[in-house]
Design a protein around this ligand. Sequence first.
Ligand code: NDP
Length: 273
Amino acid sequence: MTDRYAVIGNPIAHSKSPQIHAQFAAQTGQDLQYEKLLAPLDGFAATADQFRAAGGKGANVTVPFKLDAARYATRLTPAAQQAGAVNTLIFHAAEVVGDNTDGIGLVRDLTHNLQQLLRGRRILLLGAGGAARGVLQPLLDEKPAALVLANRTLAKALELAALFQQKTPTQMRPCGFAELAGQSFDVVVNATASSLQDEAPPLPAGVYAPGALAYDLMYAPQPTAFMRAAQAAGAARVCDGLGMLVEQAAQSFYLWRGVRPDTAPVLVALRAA
Ligand code: NDP
């Protein structure tokens, strides 16, 4: 019997996850089917229940249901607890395990695909929403020299930093964008939703150290507003979050199937498409 998986979201038509998982399955010879499920905004649990009853073995969860998925799970992994959100569900007979693979996906894209060293480097993380929270601990685990957390609403950066500071020896500093004046960074990660509005966070001049990488979690066929602003401000390399999407999917695939797919050809195919 072909095992069934799905991505649940609203909207969901745009999702690239079915393409990605179909390529992983073909490449590794796994017998599975992966579909898109549009859940009503107030109907995540009902959609997940229905899918499980029909034999679903696991699901990815995307906007706006990552918190619903955390409530739906009967057990959360440490990554999901730290992130406060779930993007991967594993359905066992009586148990629903909730995990979060976004942070692993980002770090793997940065360190493996982009060959960006994080250890001992100065990282600037922009944003304090769900995505920033999900990637914070995996970034800290790489032991950067410093991690500055800047957000438009300072209170949210302070709150997020307080949640994580006691668990890391890395010096973490929360601030607003204006307070970044006079500081420079080797890696700047945009985890705000600004590029969705075709805007870039207002960063002071000089935040990009020589050789710096600017990374936008958002992806689009054209360079995002953040990527364009970073290039103009002197970032040596700019990249969008498509690699993160593929890497978080690969980690989900591994959790479900116990097999690690090769992400490189899948990323190449997605970029070409
Ligand atoms: P949230 O709504 O939880 O958080 C939004 C964050 O963006 C807040 O920090 C908010 O600041 C900030 N923000 C919004 N608009 C602006 C702006 N115009 N200027 C500056 N800051 C702004 O969103 P998520 O954290 O869930 O998602 C953030 C981004 O990450 C999205 O673009 C999403 O597509 C992307 N993402 C990509 C993934 C991938 O696999 N590549 C995975 C997950 C997310 P404030 O607190 O002041 O409101």
